[in-house]
Design a protein around this ligand. Structure first.
Ligand code: SAM
Length: 226
């Protein structure tokens, strides 16, 4: 009802303010004190409470990861905002996500670009996520079930790729499926230990540059190659 929506909106505003504080506090890593206004506007719009289990709805606007079943999580809002910002997407973009989970990150991206593809390895999560996004009207997102290590050759190349589970090294197929000028954002490191959020850029000549952005903690990327 209306009352509840208003409550959620207020909570979402508070969440956005907490993201702003986190960004300030980690500005030495990010290299600036704020994220793009466009990304912050979308964070204020997308109803995160629709992406968490009903028993977690009261916690939906806390700035932290939450369990979504199957041993998986919906990422911390600050990390979602940061990763989205690092992708530096433009409206005409076509994006690939590896690790659809709840579909929240895909929903955020879908408000910034034309087309989003997201791969989820756990069949039940892929199905739930697909149904959720359809119900909420995110028509420009396609959920694929499979091992995202290999990317999505049938839809490649992509303007940007985001991986939301930690890999032990950067999967070559993902770098290969980036357009010239494209960006890949991926946590890399030891499972359940130190990981670094990496920004990989492919220039117009196809050369690769990489930088470590921030220490992070993600659930591991699973599948054959990991
Ligand atoms: N982006 C998600 C969201 O907004 O809710 C959060 C994702 S959760 C931190 C990581 C997800 O990656 C899990 O749902 C997990 O099942 C999935 N995953 C792990 N390994 C994968 C792989 N090889 N291919 C595709 N998905 C994978």
């Amino acid at each position: 009802d209306k009352d509840r929506e208003e409550k959620m909106r207020t909570a979402r505003k508070r969440m956005v303010q907490e993201i702003e504080v986190d960004v300030m506090e980690t500005s030495r890593y990010i290299g600036r004190g704020q994220l793009s206004a466009e990304v912050m506007r979308v964070m204020e719009e997308v109803p995160r409470h629709e992406f968490v289990p009903s028993y977690e709805q009261g916690a939906a606007y806390l700035n932290r990861p939450l369990p979504i079943g199957y041993g998986q999580t919906i990422s911390q809002p600050y990390i979602v905002a940061l990763m989205t910002d690092l992708l530096a997407v433009s409206k005409e973009g076509k994006i690939l996500e590896v690790g659809a989970g709840s579909g929240y990150q895909a929903a955020v991206l879908s408000r910034l670009v034309n087309e989003v593809h997201s791969i989820e390895i756990i069949p039940e999560l892929a199905k739930e996520c697909r149904e959720r996004l359809a119900r909420l009207g995110y028509a420009n997102v396609t959920i694929h079930q499979g091992d995202g290590y290999y990317g999505l050759q049938s839809e490649a190349p992509f303007d940007a790729i985001v991986v939301t589970a930690a890999a032990t090294s950067i999967p070559p197929p993902l770098v290969q499926q980036l357009k010239p000028g494209g960006r890949l954002v991926i946590p890399v490191g030891t499972p359940f230990a130190v990981q670094h959020l990496m920004l990989v850029e492919k220039n117009e000549q196809g050369e690769i540059a990489m930088r470590q952005v921030l220490p992070v903690q993600f659930v591991p990327l699973t599948g054959k190659r990991e």
